[in-house]
Design a protein around this ligand. Structure first.
Ligand code: AMP
Length: 143
């Protein structure tokens, strides 16, 4: 089908992939361009662009997929630590418009940077602006 996402075509087997695991409503496979060895993508069968478009049950199953992938990667890469990243929409850097968690095993020798530390102009070391945070918190608690 013309409007199928790349990952739907991978799930159906039309495009080959290097599988890692599969479960209820999700499939996991190795990223074709790994940022670290073991970099895996966990995708729902449902080809939607945003996490909010999954039902609570679909999202729950997807998180179980992330946990199962962590279990497997943990054994093979001998770690308990992972970066788990979701680019939730185009403006967040999503290239393939189909929800996918990146699961990347982390090890003591990989430099130790968090994804947040890689963020340009990370405001580390500044005093927290509690007035602004409080104002925003009030708005968010209301909507
Ligand atoms: P994102 O920027 O979050 O949309 O990530 C998309 C990811 O999909 C990138 O890390 C790509 O390397 C990966 N990717 C693209 N095409 C394939 C493919 N055919 N098989 C596996 N991974 C892919």
């Amino acid at each position: 089908m013309a409007d199928e996402t790349l990952f739907e075509r991978i799930i159906s087997g039309e495009i080959p992939s290097h599988g890692v695991a599969k479960g209820e409503g999700w499939y996991a496979f190795l990223d074709i361009n790994p940022r670290r060895p073991g970099h895996t993508l966990v995708v729902p069968h449902k080809g939607v662009s945003h996490l909010a478009k999954l039902s609570a049950n679909e999202a729950g199953c997807l998180i179980q997929g992330v946990q199962e992938v962590q279990r497997k990667l943990g054994i093979v890469f001998k770690t308990t630590d992972f970066s788990v990243v979701l680019h939730d929409g185009r403006l967040a850097g999503q290239e393939v418009p189909h929800v996918h968690f990146h699961v990347i095993p982390r090890n003591a020798d990989d430099g130790g940077k968090s994804m947040m530390a890689m963020w340009p102009n990370s405001p580390t070391g500044l005093s927290p602006d509690h007035a602004s945070l409080s104002n925003l918190s009030s708005k968010l608690m209301e909507v």
